[in-house]
Design a protein around this ligand. Structure first.
Ligand code: NAP
Length: 281
């Protein structure tokens, strides 16, 4: 299990342990891996971006599950690019899995990644998914829409009044709880190769999401509309000076322009996740 110290990875790891699997955890940080609960059966310390450090990590492994990815959080200051982590680090791990004749590789991609080759986040996921499809190893590619935990950052911004309408208020998404993605991933162990797009049961418009952030944060102030001409003017400059931030914001902007609706396999709603009464939003 690679990426077990991450948001989704923690759920994947716990689900694997609950289902009784023997789990070797591959992590960059000994402290973060040792903090996992229950304790991993084995911990391997390696940076998947460094091919040399991965040598032999898949020996005696039946199934590799990777939730390795560059964080989408605006607070995360990691300087590596989406390509370096989501594509190359996973490719290094796949190379090791092939050498050790691993029987299945389960990868967490992103919903509709192949449709946005101009966006670094989606392109890195789509390119790795393509490389995995070409591999002789049996594979499962999970494609979640937005994960619930990512919305905590929006709530935190709303609590400071840092919230505004951007793009189309009617654009829709059906986010999914990471615990449910983890269950689907672990249930796919041993299944034939397939791609599993996965969303939650409730569909949210952008404006409903904004109301939900404000309710959860207890923010009652004004929510301005940010003019699209301002964003259009600022993005090219940002691309030149802060490429990583540009790539993340481009992803968030795409969410305000398109619908992201995946098959509703999850049942938990954001209201339940944030413990709101449904009529509050
Ligand atoms: N968040 C969403 O809404 C969403 C939606 C769809 C798909 N996804 C995808 O799902 C995956 C997991 O997302 P997440 O939200 O759980 O991300 P996350 O919390 O940022 O976790 C990423 C994990 O990858 C590990 N990692 C990063 N670079 C690594 C490297 N070079 N070597 C080894 N481990 C490395 C991190 O380890 P450290 O603890 O050492 O940093 C962490 O365990 C990502 O690929 C993401 O793009 C996310």
């Amino acid at each position: 299990m690679a990426g077990a110290t991450g948001n989704l990875g923690k759920h994947l790891f716990q689900e694997l342990k609950q289902q009784g699997y023997y789990v070797k955890v591959l992590a960059r940080s000994k402290e973060r891996a040792a903090a996992l609960s229950p304790a991993p059966d084995e911990i391997l310390i390696a940076d998947a971006s460094d091919q040399g450090s991965l040598k032999g990590v898949c020996a005696d492994v039946d199934v590799v599950i990777s939730a390795i990815g560059k964080s989408l959080s605006l607070k995360n200051k990691c300087t590596a690019t989406f390509r370096e982590i989501d594509f190359l680090a996973n490719l290094n791990l796949l190379g090791e899995a092939e050498k050790s004749a691993v029987s299945q590789f389960i990868y967490i991609s992103a919903f509709s990644a192949s449709q946005y080759p101009h966006l670094a986040y989606f392109k890195a996921h789509a390119d790795f998914s393509e490389a995995l499809k070409q591999s002789p190893i049996s594979k499962i590619i999970l494609e979640p829409t937005a994960l619930f935990a990512g919305f905590r950052e929006q709530v935190e911004l709303a609590s400071r009044g840092l919230i505004g309408y951007v793009g189309g208020p009617d654009r829709r998404v059906n986010p999914v709880y990471e615990g449910e993605v983890a269950k689907a991933a672990v249930a796919a162990i041993g299944l034939p190769s397939q791609v599993i797009p996965i969303g939650g049961k409730r569909v949210y418009t952008r404006s409903r999401l904004i109301r939900l952030y404000c309710k959860t944060a207890g923010y009652k102030g004004l929510v301005p509309t940010i003019p699209s001409f301002l964003i259009k003017a600022a993005m090219p400059l940002l691309k030149l000076v802060q490429r990583n931030l540009y790539d993340k914001l481009s992803f968030y902007l795409a969410l305000t322009k398109e619908d992201f609706l995946a098959p509703p396999l999850g049942v938990l709603t954001l209201e339940e996740y944030f413990e709101l009464e449904p009529q509050q939003v």
